[in-house]
Design a protein around this ligand. Structure first.
Ligand SMILES: [Zn+2]
Length: 567
């Protein structure tokens, strides 16, 4: 034992040098963000024989792979209009019917142009087995909040000239200029790996969790071409997105990139930003990219284990210069600091470990106490104003939180807050935070109008599973309107013969997909009609009068049910 300790101490003195301080890379500037637009020059690029990628038409690329008598489309852009623009060009290159559409993952910017590419040939839609569920989730229970946060992050409500680009594409087309969604649900799915042939082209799909859990990559062994979806593009990856996302598993993402590296692709065609060519170059870039992700993951966990909380980790986590200098890890979309917080909450949840945050004072009480420390409300306002004048925009913004908690909607504080947000936004080079600040500033204008990014669309809703629709009702119950209610309803759908028993019980909605006797009201309709009513596309009173919705039993109970739901 003594010998062991001794040999360690010898190693220690001989083998260890002084720690090397990590050098961070320079952050990009707003001018760099403007130059990044060059990445999205509108163009259909021939990557290698028979592989064409449409860049710059939409937030995401669409890719054409030519087969002998039929073609493959990988990702479809995000609206009918952008898909149409791309399809017309693809058709001039090769007008073979589309036999397969592949979704690299569920996000709307990859899937909502599908109807256009499918219109002449009724192709199979390939995706991971979990993609359909994620598609439904975004349309379903999270639509309102994802829509409004996406709007701010993508700057969709800002004047167009204010949006330089969105880091991974020129602009988000969804929800813009009245463009329409054209979604199709997957028809062929798989769990780990799938091989098939289309038009003489051998296709391999690999499940590759990363930016989303349902992510896949496409490998064409005959062409040595790899299509990584959103697990690789030319900016620091969005290991966390500020519009809100389920936990993104960084370790899984690294594994997925490693699977790609060891296939030794000669062509790499991401679904955002431009394609790459050259085995060595691609391997080097993929290695840098996976090292960037792994560094953030591993160092966050190391600091977590030392007892640091998410904010403290985000403050001290530095992406080393050799990684941060890579043009593929510049912060034009994701951010190491946000990602560190994602890792923390993914492993440990919301509690930062500090006992003072376990049961903090209510926000308003904290603000009142804070204001007492500096004098009164007007004193704090003067400090906030002075901070703004001195260029301390973030501090001034934080002080407006206290001021507004005590005097909500105070006009001069909102004006100061707006100035802070504009100043912070104009300094930002990360488009996500840039437009989030600027949109939040615009929202403080009295005449601000935000359009709904994922507006309920009848064609999309028709394809949305009725099970998901019935399930989404649960999170729309308003307890104040239903805390004294106890109602049982039965829904029967004539077109699918499906039946749902629904209990509204004191602020909680139970939904069961089978018949339970004892309902006080029975509703009979077509699936699509109830979906349209619940989405606000059709009116409930008119549907009751014209018989679209047929009712037996207590009308009062039915109306109580509907008025207990949001909208
Ligand atoms: Zn994407």
């Amino acid at each position: 034992m003594k010998y062991l300790i001794l040999s360690f101490s010898v190693l220690w003195t001989v083998g260890c040098s002084d720690p090397i301080p990590l050098e961070a890379t320079d952050s990009p500037t707003p001018e760099d963000l403007a130059s990044h637009s060059e990445e999205f020059r509108t163009e259909v690029i021939e990557v290698t024989e028979g592989v064409h990628v449409a860049v710059g038409f939409a937030l995401a690329n669409a890719i054409l792979v030519e087969g002998e008598n039929s073609n493959i489309i990988i990702d479809t852009t995000g609206t009918v209009e952008t898909a149409r623009e791309v399809k017309e060009i693809f058709d001039t290159i090769n007008s073979n019917p589309v036999e397969a559409i592949i979704y690299t993952h569920n996000h709307a910017d990859h899937t909502y142009g599908a109807t256009v590419f499918a219109e002449d040939s009724n192709p199979e839609i390939y995706a991971h087995s979990s993609t359909a569920e994620y598609l439904s989730r975004v349309i379903g229970i999270l639509r309102p909040i994802i829509s409004s946060r996406s709007n701010r992050m993508f700057g969709n409500a800002l004047p167009k000239e204010q949006v330089e680009n969105n880091g991974i594409g020129p602009f988000l087309e969804i929800g813009r200029d009245g463009r329409k969604p054209g979604l199709l649900y997957p028809t062929k799915t798989f769990t780990d790996k799938l091989k098939f042939e289309v038009g003489g082209i051998e296709v391999e799909l690999f499940h590759a969790p990363g930016e989303t859990n349902d992510q896949l990559f496409v490998w064409l062994p005959g062409k040595k071409a790899l299509f990584p979806g959103d697990n690789f593009y030319k900016t620091f990856p969005n290991l966390y997105t500020i519009r809100g996302t389920p936990y993104r598993d960084l370790a899984g993402w690294v594994n997925s990139i490693d699977m790609m590296r060891y296939l030794e692709p000669e062509f790499l065609v991401p679904s955002h930003t431009r394609p790459l060519e050259g085995k060595e170059k691609i391997n080097k870039l993929l290695t840098t990219y996976r090292d960037g992700i792994q560094f953030v993951h591993d160092q966050t966990v190391r600091l977590m284990n030392l007892g640091f909380g998410p904010d403290e980790i985000a403050e001290q986590l530095i992406l080393p210069k050799h990684l941060g200098d890579s043009p593929y890890l510049k912060e034009f979309y994701g951010s190491p600091a946000w990602s560190a917080k994602n890792v923390f909450s993914g492993y440990l949840g919301w509690f930062d470990g500090n006992p003072s945050t376990l049961k903090p004072l209510p926000k308003k009480e904290e603000a009142e106490n804070f204001i007492k420390l500096v004098g009164d409300w007007d004193d704090l306002f003067l400090i906030a104003e002075q901070s703004y004048i001195e260029g301390k925009f973030q501090w001034s913004l934080q002080l407006t939180d206290y001021l507004l908690r005590v005097r909500p909607a105070d006009e001069k504080t909102e004006l100061l807050r707006q100035s802070c947000l504009i100043a912070l936004g104009n300094k930002e080079s990360n488009p996500n935070s840039r437009y989030y600040y600027l949109s939040s500033a615009a929202q403080l204008d009295k005449d601000y109008q935000e359009s709904d990014i994922l507006l309920p669309d009848i064609e999309v809703i028709k394809k949305y599973p009725i099970e998901s629709m019935m399930d989404s009702l649960k999170v729309n119950v308003i307890p104040e309107k239903s805390i004294d209610k106890n109602i049982q309803l039965l829904f029967t759908f004539t077109d699918s013969s499906k039946v749902f028993s629904v209990f509204l019980r004191k602020g909680v909605l139970e939904v069961q997909p089978f018949l339970i006797s004892g309902s006080s009201v029975q509703v009979t309709s077509k699936e699509e009609d109830l979906k349209a009513i619940l989405s606000g596309i059709k009116s409930l009173p008119i549907s009751l009068v014209n018989g679209t919705l047929q009712i037996e039993g207590s009308r009062t109970d039915l109306l109580t049910f509907f008025t207990s739901l949001r909208n």
